[in-house]
Design a protein around this ligand. Structure first.
Ligand code: NAI
Length: 282
């Protein structure tokens, strides 16, 4: 199958990696050439790690890399696609424009999927003339490792489109879960309010961050505490997803914690900025 991946950032490189590893021809597209080069280098490095761990042979590594081509032009990049997975910047305007252009340039039969975490699939589909062929394919970071794919049905997504993407996710060794299109789907609808509540616990002095994370790790058997996880995800990303839940669902239980806002305003974004609920050596 010909798969085009739009956006070569954190998620795009992982998605390209997994499809290529499972025998698909992948075209990876990004507007930023440097991001594209970075993604190809990251994929090569992650494949090396799989070879070291004996999850992959040297030949499979080479074959996987040979199946990936990069490009900066969207129309050329999707011209032969059977499936496009969009993993570009989380911005409704950017996504609507990408889907409008993909709809023009991709073959009529192609499925257009989005990896969005928080934007409505129904709304994205409305930017195209083929809403029945638009679906959410929500992977998790790091894509080569994480088993889950939320397959999100927009209001107009057809059963054929849903089934094709579900089967494809299974063939990639993932576990697809069917989810309807509501803000945050299931993953972020449940995870982000938990993180937000953990931030309230810090703000109100219920406990120190280490203590909160220890409670959730040892008491609830979470592999990682919510504040450590928030630092990984990026506090700006957590805040913007809480804002989407709050705005779209209109329930005050989703109000972002003022401390989360304050930390983002101060540039304490977690791992990527060197400081969040914890400090990280740069
Ligand atoms: P990122 O910021 O690492 O990468 C986004 C890439 O998209 C950048 O390289 C940027 O140059 C490129 N881009 C922007 N506009 C473009 C355009 N018009 N055409 C082609 N490329 C374009 O972002 P990340 O974290 O990889 O997120 C991508 C998507 O995946 C977002 O929708 C996000 O919500 C979703 N997501 C992110 C997860 C994460 O843990 N980072 C987890 C699951 C979903």
């Amino acid at each position: 199958m010909n798969v085009s991946v739009i956006g070569a950032g954190t998620m795009g490189n992982g998605i390209a990696h997994v499809f290529a590893q499972h025998g698909h021809e992948v075209t990876l597209v990004d507007v930023d050439e440097a991001r594209l080069d970075g993604a190809l280098a990251t994929i090569a490095r992650n494949l090396d790690r799989q070879v070291k761990k004996e999850l992959l042979t040297e030949e499979e590594r080479e074959a996987t890399l040979a199946r990936i081509t990069g490009g900066t032009d969207l129309a050329t990049g999707v011209a032969e696609a059977d499936l496009v997975v969009e993993a570009a910047t989380e911005n409704p305007k950017v996504k609507a424009e990408i889907f409008r252009r993909m709809d023009e340039a991709a073959p009529r039969g192609a499925i257009l999927a989005s990896n969005t975490s928080s934007i409505s699939i129904t709304e994205i589909a409305a930017a195209t003339t083929r809403p029945a062929q638009v679906v959410g394919m929500h992977f998790f970071n790091p894509v080569p490792v994480m088993k889950l794919v939320e397959v999100v049905r927009g209001l107009a997504t057809s059963d054929e489109t849903f089934a094709a993407v579900r089967d494809l996710a299974e063939a990639l060794g993932k576990t697809p879960v069917e989810v309807n299109d509501y803000p945050g789907f299931v993953s972020n609808r449940v995870l982000m309010p938990m993180i937000n509540e953990a931030v309230y616990c810090v703000m109100e002095g219920v406990a120190e961050p280490e203590a909160i994370d220890t409670v959730m790790r040892l008491g609830m058997a979470h592999p990682m505490g919510p504040l450590t996880l928030a630092d990984f995800i990026g506090l700006d990303v957590c805040l913007s997803i809480m804002e989407v839940l709050h705005r779209e669902l209109g329930d005050s239980k989703y109000r972002p914690c003022p401390l989360l806002r304050k930390m983002v305003a101060a540039g304490r974004l977690g791992r990527k900025s060197g400081q969040g609920f914890y400090e990280y050596g740069q």
